[in-house]
Design a protein around this ligand. Sequence first.
Ligand code: NAD
Ligand code: LMR
Length: 332
Amino acid sequence: MKEINVAVTGAAGQIAYSLLPRLVSGETFGADVRVNLRLIEIPQVVDKLEGTIMELIDCGFKQTGSLLATADIREGVENTDWVLLVGSIPRGIVIDGKKIEERSDLLRINGGIFTSQGHAIGELAKDNAKILVVGNPANTNALIGKTKSNNSLQSWFAMTALDSNRAKAQLAQKANVEISSVTNMTIWGNHSPTMYPDPYNAKINGESAVQVINDLNWIENDYLPLVQQRGKAVIDARGASSAASAANAAIDTVKAVETETPKGDWFSAAIPSDGSYGVPEGLIFGFPLVSSGQGEIKIVQDIELNEFAQSKIKITSEELLSEKEAVKDLLD
Ligand code: NAD
Ligand code: LMR
């Protein structure tokens, strides 16, 4: 069996609890790939991972390789093919008497984590390693991590697949079609309420979703805010941030990167902007992407953006620029 090394931070958290079994079950990397898993946590929590390791062994998947728990990021990421950076503080919890409500509150709290992690990844993970940032604020955390990694051969992604899945589900429900009929979804920009889940270029059975649904009022006043605010709605309803759906989206992202994108379709994730669509270079920005399945990821070009789309993309770009400004000391 081929072997790969995968590291996950926040391994004792709620997303990881849904994520880890699916990484070592053959589902994500294929039935013929053995996955060596490094579980990374803060020192106060790392002992709990012994229980997680027992459970992973008890799942009995033949694709499960070695299992290591560590609080040492350098040990965790050494020689890894994939690093899933989930560890960070979610919204909704209370710190020093203050409820952490918005992603901006998380910028300073979580941003710091990604400097040392980025540095360790750049130095010790494989040169063709792929890094997926799930922990919020995901785009700017990825910007910090990538900058500190100082390794342009590695590929950094921030997760927008959960937003993409949410957007597809809403369109499918409204059009009364199977979710598999909804393709070509792009989440432009930030994984935050400024994201633009593009309904014009998304397709339902090959036709623009806006045309199929034929209800602009619903698109602009129901669909968009619902997708943009879905994370908060889940937190309010569940008393904890989304976990099973977030883990599922992380698996979807890894698979989308690892396999060739079906012809005519694309997938959504945030990657460093190369200036496409006028997005400032270097921002970690949600784009429509295709994968060769052999490590090459490209931004799909020449997608038509109407004035509405352009105004939304400007808003989310400006938010990412202001997040970048807020953490500029972490980018030096
Ligand atoms: P959680 O609180 O259940 O788990 C987070 C874990 O990270 C904790 O066990 C904590 O000890 C650990 N951790 C903190 N700092 C760490 C560090 N430096 N190294 C290693 N581990 C560390 O939270 P969760 O519900 O699993 O969510 C994790 C993050 O994912 C949050 O920031 C949340 O907002 C984010 N999230 C993102 C998306 C997305 O679509 N991008 C979706 C859902 C949640
Ligand atoms: C989500 O989208 O569910 C997560 O990013 C959690 C959050 O804070 O919104």
